[in-house]
Design a protein around this ligand. Structure first.
Ligand SMILES: [Zn+2]
Length: 400
């Protein structure tokens, strides 16, 4: 899947459907009448699942089955999960995760049941999230150029600023970006969390979404405890890499802040090292050179655009919003800490998701063999080399 197609798939999140992903490729296309009650798919261009010979489910069809409350406007195709339908069927889902690099064609594991393992970064070598703080006007003025990169960003709104009323943020939401909380007043202290909650209320009432992540103003440690009772993640300001299953505090998540006037290569180095280490890097840009917003350490727009293009060109770096990568990272840890119980030949893993965890998220897992089931339904093998396990059920069973 191309990056733009992956991006399209992301905004179709929630369009769950059961297709007949059969060996002969026929009989598909029966999905699409469902759609989750909270389905966000209302793709205007639809998304024929080209990887599934029989599948004709479109995003718009899936969306109409739900409550139709979504605002997603998928513009890209979704090349689907089937990849030729080489497995024995099972539940095919739109996990919202982009297709990882590689040609696919990986055979379904046929050994002894066991070896359950969540794969890092959804099958990519590393992950990067780009964040923009402070609702700065130079972000707004350059939004189209940023959005044209075709990857999801996270915009942390400082809701007391008039710029937070700009219509660009509604567009950003519809384009698949994340809107997060950067408080109303940008103070380094927030006794009781009132200023944080004011920003949440602004965003939730204005855009009709739930806020999952925040960024602490000035990276203040005052927000570590505030975020813990409200959010999945709080991004701080100290730079470090984040590893799968490491002990990074999700409520003081590290990030890289480029120096004033940073060149493309300064940005590139951050992604190169993340890729070598197979870890997650978050990046914080406040604004762009030449703006009148007083942005902290502004950078040249073209240097940033060129850098993101380089990161995309690697092909094996997962570029996504903080909530999307963060839910995978924390979801992997939750599943890794699962309790295992045996019954007959079945092994059932049961986990507990963290508080303030977004619904509809998935992890990708491998096994040495056997059949994975959730709620009694077998999961489909994806020939890119994994099963997609829904996190919401908080359990999965491996059977012979
Ligand atoms: Zn700020």
């Amino acid at each position: 899947m191309s990056s733009s197609a992956a991006f399209g798939a992301m905004v179709l999140l929630g369009a769950l459907h059961l297709t007949g992903c059969s060996d002969d490729g026929g009989g598909g296309g029966s999905g699409g009448s469902g759609g989750e009650p909270s389905g966000s798919g209302s793709g205007t261009s639809g998304s024929v699942t080209s990887g599934d010979p029989g599948g004709t489910t479109s995003a718009s069809t899936a969306g109409t089955g739900g409550a139709g409350t979504g605002t997603g406007t998928g513009t890209g195709g979704n090349d689907g999960e089937g990849g030729g339908g080489s497995d024995g069927g099972g539940l095919v889902v739109d996990s919202g995760l982009p297709t990882p690099p590689g040609p696919g064609g990986v055979a379904r594991p046929s050994g002894a049941p066991g070896g359950f393992k969540v794969i890092d970064w959804a099958g990519f070598a590393a992950a990067v999230s780009y964040t923009f703080d402070d609702s700065n006007s130079s972000q707004i003025q350059n939004y189209d150029a940023l959005n044209d990169l075709g990857v999801p960003f996270t915009f942390y709104l400082q809701t007391g600023k008039n710029e937070s009323n700009d219509p660009v943020w509604q567009r950003a939401l519809e384009d698949g970006h994340e809107l997060g909380n950067h408080t109303k007043s940008h103070s380094s202290q927030d006794a009781g969390g009132a200023d944080t909650d004011a920003a949440t209320q602004f965003i939730e009432s204005k855009f009709g979404i739930k806020v999952w992540t925040m960024a602490a103003p000035n990276g203040s440690s005052d927000y570590t405890g505030i975020a813990r009772t409200r959010f999945l993640i709080n991004r701080g300001v100290a730079n470090a890499l984040i590893g799968p299953n490491d002990n990074t505090d999700p409520f003081t998540l590290p990030c890289f802040i480029p120096p004033t006037g940073a060149s493309t290569s300064v940005f590139d180095e951050q992604v190169t090292t993340a890729r070598s280490a197979k870890k997650w890097r978050t990046v914080l840009v406040h604004g762009f050179t030449g703006g009148s917003d007083g942005a902290f350490q502004p950078v040249p727009l073209q240097a940033f655009l060129d850098h993101v293009q380089h990161a995309k060109d690697f092909g094996d770096v997962w570029i996504d919003s903080v909530v999307n990568v963060g839910a995978y990272w924390r979801g992997q840890k939750a599943v890794g800490a699962a309790t295992s119980t045996q019954s007959g030949g079945d092994t059932t893993l049961t986990w507990q998701l963290p508080d303030h965890f977004p619904p509809g998220k998935y992890v990708r897992v491998t096994v040495t063999g056997g059949t994975l089931k959730q709620n009694g339904v077998p999961l489909a093998w994806d020939p890119h080399g994994y099963y997609e396990v829904a996190l919401d059920p908080e359990s999965v069973t491996l059977s012979p």
